[in-house]
Design a protein around this ligand. Structure first.
Ligand code: NAD
Ligand code: TDX
Length: 339
């Protein structure tokens, strides 16, 4: 089997590559990544010499380049993680989100049609369902929940999902889609909530909580997401959407307080800042379908996963300190100085 993993130099894609190389020693895994600000070759250094692994620097919107790679490698499976993934950046500048997340998906699927594959898998998000109210804890997102997006990011992911289903219906492309809740774990880029709070707390810097901090996210350890995608590409039914989440809802403020407590830092580092525009209140996934059909269940409890994650950031300081010492400084100033 030859598997192309796009966006494999990012957070979830890299964890998925490690998972696949570990689980299927006979598979050939090709990472296709543009190496945007969010992609990092240092993340892949331990697998670079693996004879079953190849890294190719490429933009998924580069049709010629993508076709050339398909011709060379004749892949069986494509797993598309490549995306602009940060909601705040999409609010600041939506255009690249539409290009990469929608048009890039189209190029990949056109290549799949041209060269033939056994599966195209689109890694999507629970954010395509919009948000749920805080006073209705009985409500969850199922695969039948209507698409109802809030941000340019989630709209671009929803646009891609619709196109994926259209390629299935119109051209018979064998596709699957997974819609997962918030991931956390090693190699999470430090612009996102958990790694940002760990890095700031360690530097005794203010911990910027948006709005009142009561927004709820449903957190899943990244390895559990990787196992879900592995199951879907091997056993999932084509033309189907699978929701992935572990019923682990937490308020942002409680996560930040927990990080303070684990790192022995005072809660008075917490600073309430201006809210995100259009900020979704609550995400909560109903994972019944993937559990019943594919037997998937999360394995890592949040208490263990957050401890492992904090330990990883403590023992891999060079990885994230390198990131936050560069261009990230300008990003941080721009995004947080008016908040
Ligand atoms: P990330 O931002 O950490 O990584 C994205 C990767 O894609 C980077 O390596 C980047 O270089 C690459 N990339 C971006 N544009 C590209 C392009 N045009 N061509 C080729 N490569 C490109 O993102 P992540 O958090 O790992 O998310 C991966 C996928 O999972 C995304 O599709 C995202 O929408 C989805 N997702 C993320 C979460 C989460 O909690 N992080 C949850 C659900 C779904
Ligand atoms: O500094 C911050 N302060 C803060 O209060 C940041 C960066 C975030 N937040 C809040 C906003 C959200 O309510 O924390 C919550 C989580 O924020 P993010 O880490 O930016 O994630 P979110 O917006 O929930 O989106 C994530 O999950 C779904 C991923 O980035 C998406 O790619 C994925 O689709």
């Amino acid at each position: 089997m030859t598997v192309i993993v796009t966006g494999g130099a990012g957070f979830i894609g890299s964890n998925f590559i490690f998972h696949m190389l570990r689980t299927y020693p006979s598979y050939r895994i090709i990472c296709l990544d543009k190496l945007t600000y969010a992609g990092n070759l240092a993340t892949l250094k331990d697998v670079m010499d693996n004879p079953n692994f190849r890294f190719v620097r490429l933009d998924i919107c580069d049709r010629q380049g993508v076709y050339r790679l398909f011709e060379e490698e004749k892949p069986d499976i494509i797993v598309n993680f490549a995306a602009e993934s940060h909601v705040d950046r999409s609010i600041d500048n939506p255009e690249i989100f539409l290009k990469t997340n929608i048009l890039g998906t189209q190029v990949l699927m056109d290549a799949c049609r041209k060269y033939g594959i056994s599966r195209y898998h689109q890694v999507s998000t629970d954010e395509v369902y919009g948000d749920l109210p805080l006073d209705r804890p009985d409500l969850f997102f199922t695969e039948e929940t209507p698409i109802h997006t809030s941000s340019p990011y989630s709209s671009s992911k929803a646009g891609a999902d619709l196109l994926v289903m259209a390629y299935n219906r119109t051209y018979g492309l064998p596709v699957t889609i997974s819609r997962c809740s918030n991931n956390y774990g090693p190699y999470h880029f430090p612009e996102k909530l958990i790694p940002l709070m760990i890095a700031n707390a360690l530097a005794d810097k203010p911990l910027p909580v948006y709005g009142n901090g009561l927004n709820v996210r449903d957190w899943l350890y990244v390895e559990d997401h990787c196992r879900a995608i592995d199951l879907i590409i091997h056993k999932g039914r084509t033309g189907e959407v699978y929701n992935v989440g572990g019923h682990n809802e937490m308020r942002n403020i409680d996560i930040v307080k927990l990080i303070c407590q684990k790192l022995g830092k005072p809660e008075d580092l917490i600073t309430y800042v201006k809210d995100r525009k259009g900020h979704d209140m609550r995400y909560a996934i109903d994972p019944t379908k993937i559990h019943k059909e594919l037997g998937w269940l999360p394995e890592t409890k949040f208490a263990d996963g957050i401890q492992k994650t904090i330990d990883w950031y403590l023992t891999h300081r060079e990885w994230w300190e390198e990131i936050i010492s560069g261009e990230y400084q300008n990003y941080y100033k721009k995004m947080y100085e008016e908040k």
